[in-house]
Design a protein around this ligand. Structure first.
Ligand SMILES: Nc1ncnc2c1ncn2[C@@H]1O[C@H](COP(=O)(O)OP(=O)(O)OP(=O)(O)O)[C@@H](O)[C@H]1O
Ligand SMILES: Nc1ncnc2c1ncn2[C@@H]1O[C@H](COP(=O)(O)OP(=O)(O)OP(=O)(O)O)[C@@H](O)[C@H]1O
Ligand SMILES: [Mg+2]
Ligand SMILES: [Mg+2]
Lengths: 226, 226
């Protein structure tokens, strides 16, 4: 499904270069379950943003479903993203003026789903992440972990083939975190490819493999016995 | 240092009441090291915002250093907060247009510290949280965990007597998280009172005691053998 060849992302700040990602090579098969681990600032989110077609690498090639992403224009990129990928941002990125239900409905609006069905699917997703009593709350009227769970529910709205979750349990207690992982585990069993960034080992252990990143480079790949 | 008597915080949304905190009673001595734990949405941040004089409770009394906080006006509240309390927000709350160093200098500007000394203290604090190479980066040019560490450095700038840290390690790998806890541990040894919200047991074990919150109520207090 995914092939990265020598992907680099180097930020230029005045005269200084900040290598966020250097020469990343990675192949991910359909239906695989991968964890990305590494110290703070090592390049995990940068890698996720390239994988999610949200950021353009400085150099290197990225093939998604055999398409060369570097050759796509903005419209094609956006349509692949909306149809195929569910993204959970490390900073949640909820729209502040929409309540929890409407934030979850957003991908369904882009996909042209009718209003009544959108409501039903959004409420079901909010219930699955334990937020049925909070559908009408604005993001500012939710706790940190509740906002994170709205972001998770939103990423699942369009039945994506690929889920990219950047630290999906960072603000959650272990019980809420395990409930989210159960959702990811069952989606993976049904064939959804999942890539999750985490710094918690007990979360990474749900995956088939972990890659460890250090200073922008993929240092090693660890296969889990499951 | 801190006495809470029957503190409640009840949000009203239209006709619905959302009890975020109910009848919280708590005493914290000077120099104590307390962890606050509980599920997502249980009221931890609400309690921290009351303790940090950032939010007014619906009912109940709060005495800080023997002063009745409920009777203070905004100017007195702000001056107690700036002089006495270092607050690490769950959402970091960095100013987006200031670089890392300037965000850390902010409390020092309010305290009237001269420019050169501010620079030196801010750079020292950034070094202590492992960010010496990132002083000129804007928040948008930092990783999630790096932003969190800038927020931690900022909370220590004014040598506070009381540190309130809401999930200070949520976005950090365990090594970076342990480095932050080492800073808190040594500040506590020098007499600083520390209250930390966390959902990670290995973080809570640094404290003398943990309180467990469930649905807005303090359910139990656990003393740690250290
Ligand atoms: N402005 C508000 N209006 C209505 N409800 C609110 C508001 N702010 C918070 N709440 C509700 O109050 C409850 C407690 O929120 P709080 O932020 O204290 O939880 P928390 O324990 O910090 O959770 P987390 O671990 O997820 O950060 C939550 O269920 C939340 O939905
Ligand atoms: N826009 C930018 N300009 C300059 N440097 C940047 C920019 N964005 C990120 N960086 C730097 O690139 C490095 C990698 O950032 P990235 O967000 O990928 O790290 P991360 O592994 O996700 O960290 P964390 O676990 O703390 O979230 C960081 O050191 C950061 O300072
Ligand atoms: Mg990150
Ligand atoms: Mg909170």
């Amino acid at each position: 499904l995914i092939v990265l060849k020598k992907i680099s992302k180097i930020y230029k700040m005045g005269k200084v270069e900040v290598p966020a990602l250097v020469d990343a090579d990675l192949q991910i098969k359909k239906g695989e379950y991968l964890a990305i681990m590494g110290p703070s600032g090592s390049g995990k989110s940068t890698l996720m943003n390239v994988l999610g077609c949200l950021d353009v690498p400085t150099s290197g090639e990225y093939y998604l479903d055999s398409k060369d992403v570097g050759k796509l224009n903005d419209v094609e990129m956006a349509s692949i993203r909306n149809q195929m990928i569910g993204f959970v941002f490390q900073t949640f990125n909820l729209l502040p003026r929409l309540n929890a239900r409407k934030n979850v409905e957003l991908p369904l609006i882009y996909a042209g789903v009718k209003r009544q069905e959108r409501h039903i699917r959004a409420d079901k997703l909010l219930e699955s992440v334990g937020l049925s009593g909070r559908a009408e709350h604005l993001p500012s009227e939710l706790s940190g972990g509740e906002r994170q769970r709205v972001a998770i529910a939103r990423s699942l709205a369009n039945d994506p083939h690929l889920i990219l979750a950047d630290e999906p349990t960072g603000n959650l207690d272990s019980k809420s975190g395990e409930e989210i992982m159960k959702i990811f585990d069952s989606l993976n069993k049904s064939g959804v490819t999942i890539i999750v960034v985490t710094h918690e080992n007990f979360i990474a252990e749900h995956a088939d493999k972990s890659i460890h990143i250090l200073d922008g480079r993929i240092e090693r790949i660890e296969v889990h016995k499951k």
